[in-house]
Design a binder for this molecule. Structure first.
Ligand code: SF4
Length: 438
């Protein structure tokens, strides 16, 4: 069959799609050029927010004419909406032929057989360790220089607003020796940057090996010049991880550390497990160890019952920390989470206003921080063409800033220096300086 995989959501989903493609390629199927030439369409979905989930069902609706034209087209729903909704998917959409949860990907071959025999509309949502055990060397990865390795899956925390423990299950870590083997293979395949993925990645544990130990081992892999990891939880940002970030040259000076709120009372209602003071202490400790750290975070605005003064505490946190990037969203009620049971008198319009206020403040902070880099030299890894179009390339600094600069495709995958000429809130612009070093 010719297959096409459409992916929504986080890097974990992107990498899961690479694994699903690997399973299909091993069965002899080949990727289709476009949706019209596909015999099999996999939708790898995200349910982190209501909007994300609704997007999937409206997309399914738009596939009706194609399915009417090609009734033999097989449509499979995978990922977090599949896990969360299960049977309901079949009730809501007659177009879906099977449902496959993110931790059950190994059953794709048998499920396809069942669908093709037209015996039934199968579903597998068992929370097994398929994804973590899948030999990711067979994943169909995009062209280099950056690659993902899922080192852990699931989350044992119970944040009141979050659906991840429901859709992704309990934490399981991939054995360190397998992670190392994958990194060596990726280096041989020409990848120069590896990002370790996990919903709670800094809780990684393989016996006595924690994330810091894993980073120090990966540091020794020849050819892997950059190591990143995401997503971390403040309570697991240990002294050992901070020291590994300072002492291991390959570990990038960038960290994504979701705060979610700057208010102690909201953090308590969210069951985040830390206070604002504790969060600030971790940031200060990190900045003492890695002064030029690039920091990003997630913020939920309008958590049920959030008062104006609680929101002001979040604005104050942004002013105190001065993050380089903030991913901010209005609270989205998720089915089966405790937060939906909490009363919420704050109107949607008020929440949207707060989000706008927060994003305007953060844009100013980012503009000022990026402006301070004008005139400086930054090392980038060229990883694609810029959205600016034309012959403008883009690359990333170790602190995870996007840099746009004129250049030709021959520079793809190269490291080099760029002199920063201008800066906006979300990216830098510059001129390529140094000769490439492969
Ligand atoms: S730590 Fe992250 S993934 Fe886990 S429950 Fe909390 S928000 Fe969700």
């Amino acid at each position: 069959m010719r297959y096409l995989i459409q992916t929504w959501g986080c890097q974990m989903n992107t990498h899961d799609s690479e694994k699903l493609a690997g399973i299909l390629e091993a069965l002899g199927h080949r990727s289709a050029d476009d949706i019209r030439s596909a015999d099999l369409l996999l939708l790898n979905t995200c349910s982190i927010r209501e909007k994300a989930e609704e997007k999937v069902f409206s997309h399914l609706g738009s596939l009706r004419p194609l399915k009417d034209l090609r009734p033999d087209l097989i449509i499979g729903l995978c990922g977090c909406v599949a896990q969360q909704k299960g049977e309901e998917v079949f009730r809501r959409s007659k177009l879906v032929d099977f449902v496959l949860g993110p931790r059950a990907i190994a059953s794709l071959p048998s499920i396809l057989e069942e669908v093709r025999s037209r015996r039934s509309r199968p579903m597998d949502r068992e929370k097994r360790d398929d994804s973590i055990r899948y030999d990711a060397l067979r994943a169909q990865r995009g062209p280099g220089p950056r690659a993902f390795i899922t080192v852990m899956e699931g989350c044992n925390k119970t944040c009141t607003y979050c659906i991840v423990p429901t859709t992704r299950g309990r934490e399981v870590s991939k054995p360190a020796e397998i992670v190392l083997r994958e990194a060596v293979a990726l280096s041989r395949a020409g990848y120069r940057e590896v990002e370790l993925l996990g919903q709670n990645v800094n809780a990684y544990r393989d016996g006595a090996i924690h994330l810091d130990g894993l980073l120090r081992r990966l540091q020794e892999v020849d050819g892997i010049r950059r190591l990143r990891f995401t997503t971390s939880h403040p309570t697991h940002l240990s002294e050992e991880i901070i020291l590994a970030m300072r002492e291991c040259p390959s570990v990038c000076n960038a960290l994504h550390l979701p705060a979610q709120s700057g208010s102690d009372s909201v953090l308590e209602r969210m069951r985040r497990g830390y206070t604002r003071r504790r969060y600030l202490d971790r940031i200060e400790r990190l900045r003492r160890a890695v002064p030029d750290i690039g920091l990003s975070t997630d913020i939920i605005v309008g958590y049920p019952g959030e008062t104006r003064s609680e929101f002001d505490d979040t604005l104050l946190l942004l002013r105190q920390v001065e993050f380089d990037q903030v991913y901010s969203f209005v609270y989205s009620p998720r089915p089966g989470t405790d937060a939906v049971l909490e009363g919420d008198a704050v109107k949607r319009e008020e929440k949207e206003c707060r989000l706008h206020e927060l994003q305007s403040l953060q844009q100013e902070i980012q503009r000022r921080r990026n402006q301070a880099l004008v005139g400086s030299m930054v090392e980038v890894l060229v990883d694609g063409f810029s959205r600016m179009g034309g012959s403008i390339l883009k690359g990333r600094t170790t602190s995870n800033r996007v840099v746009n600069f004129p250049g030709t495709a021959s520079r793809m995958g190269q490291f080099g220096s760029v002199q920063v000429k201008a800066a906006g809130p979300n990216s830098l612009e510059g001129r390529w300086i140094e000769a490439p070093r492969s």
